[in-house]
Design a binder for this molecule. Structure first.
Ligand code: GAP
Length: 538
């Protein structure tokens, strides 16, 4: 698999992803998508929306589903009444522990700082690695040699432990911890809780009563509108409500390119069903969402489904599974979360009815303060569902498949980026860099290329381009030798090239070239659109 630096370099060079505000030195945790990235991202969103919502047939149960069901979409606001986040638990609980470096003013996530104890010249120091260092071993070795003033690899320097998390070290021992960029040990603060929601103020006043938050997930907007959708859309349970939209989290250490960003996009479904069927629906969604990545070309060897064990689950949850990808920037054998599929029981709807529930109590109880008052009040509205066919009224259970658009995009690029060999203009095999994206996702589906810029070939190629442009994403390219143009198309993942050549002038056929196996075949100019559609499945 390509390395992170090869991936970031391709993304910048070919216009997939740029650093946000680059002209002013950037801003950590924010990214801009260039022309190809925008198309790729749009195709991911569209594939998800079509596969989950618009192509869904509510009259037929899909393979593996316990029953037929309805799917509808929704688009809710980024800023909501702050009570939403108090009741959902984000206001109290959505936080990470962080440590500050007093010397460099840098802030780190407590669980992400790793290092090892080193001993030399009578001192023992815990040397931490920068979470962004490509090679933590190399980083820590160089830091140790500088700190103790001994050459790297010197027998004077002894490692007194293996790599371990800072959280395994007692806070009293922080005096002996060297922070990643600090000059001397002992600069790290005690771990402190830090809420990840971005705060803002609504209206002209900046007092606490006007404080509001940018949503850290799109899910709450769906729960809040469950009743509105039921009352307005003539849909019955089982029902999925889907939403794609931006979410914001003030991550302490955004890192690994777009993997952990402060502004990102989510594709979430809240699937409402009868409590007696919820475990079957949980298994259905977990398996279906995993298959979605395979159907779009992700190699099964690079993905795994990890069921949380009982100790990781909140009391209300009967199951959570993460779909994880072996991102190349993670240590060998490690996987990073692409999507979570959670069985949330009736926790969210009940909380928005009654007030903040204690996720770890059995049965779920409203949280109360020391005076016995509800910690945060719910809406008081009845969000129960009445099934008109059975006359039963119940609070639905919810299955939540929650995916990240940016993480999916990064995984699709990591998985598709390869180097192999292809013949150049003289027939000699040369290395080429190719992005084997699924044709559904590829930002450009077809490149139309006149073999040479004369003999009427550009005119024919332009006509083909102009006929295709309203149907598929197509590019016209006449600059440079044909081999170089093929390489440019391969590098951005264009599945098909159409070349107008000498034979076109004689028999009106053009060459179609397949990016992946380099096979070529001839197609009549009048049949180009049909052949492109057949090939890319549009
Ligand atoms: N409503 C449930 C929820 O938000 P989550 O596991 O916190 O669950 C779901 O987030 C997905 O959103 C993740 O699997 C990931 O793909 C994406 N995501 C979460 N935080 C992210 C971040 N800081 N940067 C990029 N993507 C993120």
């Amino acid at each position: 698999m390509a390395t992170l630096s090869e991936i970031t370099s391709l993304c910048k060079r070919r216009g997939f992803i740029f650093q946000s505000s680059e002209l002013y030195g950037g801003i950590n945790g924010f990214w801009d998508y260039g022309p190809l990235g925008t198309e790729l991202k749009r195709n991911i969103r569209q594939a998800w929306w079509r596969d989950m919502v618009s192509w869904h047939n509510p009259l037929l149960a899909p393979a593996g589903a316990p029953a037929a069901f309805a799917m509808v979409g929704i688009e809710t606001s980024v800023i909501m009444n702050p009570q939403v986040w108090k009741v959902s638990g984000h206001y109290d609980l959505f936080q990470d522990l962080m440590v500050d470096c007093r010397e460099t003013k840098l802030r780190y996530r407590y669980d992400q700082l790793r290092g090892r104890w080193a001993e030399a010249r009578g001192r023992k120091i815990f040397i931490t690695a920068d979470p962004d260092a490509e090679d933590e071993f190399d980083f820590v070795s160089r830091r140790a040699s500088k700190l103790f003033k001994v050459p790297t690899g010197s027998p004077e320097l002894k490692w007194a432990s293996d790599f371990m998390s800072l959280s395994q070290i007692a806070v009293e021992d922080f005096v002996g911890v060297l922070a990643p960029q600090a000059q001397a040990p002992g600069t790290l603060s005690e771990p402190r809780e830090f809420n990840l929601m971005f705060k803002t103020y609504v209206g002209a006043l900046t007092s606490e009563e006007h404080a509001a938050y940018l949503r850290p997930e799109t899910a709450q907007g769906i729960f809040l509108n469950f009743k509105n959708v039921i009352d307005s859309s003539r849909v019955r349970l089982p029902l999925g409500i889907a939403q794609i939209g931006k979410s914001f989290r003030n991550e302490i250490t955004p890192r690994q390119f777009t993997f952990r960003s402060r502004e990102f996009e989510q594709m979430e479904i809240e699937f409402f069903c009868h409590p007696s069927t919820s475990e079957a629906w949980y298994r259905y969604w977990r398996d279906r969402r995993l298959r979605w990545y395979f159907d779009l070309g992700i190699k099964p060897a690079n993905v795994r489904l990890r069921e949380h064990d009982k100790r990781e689950l909140s009391h209300y949850s009967r199951g959570t599974a993460d779909i994880e990808y072996a991102f190349p920037f993670l240590p060998a054998g490690d996987f990073g979360e692409l999507e979570g599929v959670a069985h949330r029981g009736d926790f969210d709807l009940r909380s928005h009815m009654e007030g903040k529930l204690d996720p770890n109590s059995n049965p779920l109880l409203v949280e109360r303060d020391s005076a016995g008052q509800p910690r945060w009040r719910g809406s008081g509205k009845n969000l129960a569902y009445r099934d008109e066919r059975t006359n039963e009224t119940y609070i639905p259970h919810v299955i939540e498949p929650s995916a990240g658009v940016d993480r999916a995009l990064l995984a699709f690029i990591c998985d598709a980026m390869q180097t192999d060999e292809a013949p150049d203009d003289t027939g000699t095999l040369r290395q080429r860099s190719v992005l084997r994206l699924s044709p559904r996702l590829a930002p450009v589906k077809v490149a139309v290329l006149p073999l040479v810029r004369k003999d009427g070939m550009p005119e024919i190629a332009r006509d083909i381009h102009n006929a295709l442009v309203r149907h598929v994403a197509v590019q016209y390219d006449e600059k440079d030798a044909i081999g170089r143009r093929y390489r440019r198309a391969d590098e951005i993942g264009t599945p098909l090239c159409i070349t107008v050549d000498g034979q076109t002038l004689r028999d009106n056929t053009v060459t179609f070239r397949n990016r992946d196996d380099l096979s070529q075949w001839r197609v009549h100019v009048n049949d180009c659109e049909a052949e492109v559609r057949r090939f890319i499945g549009a």
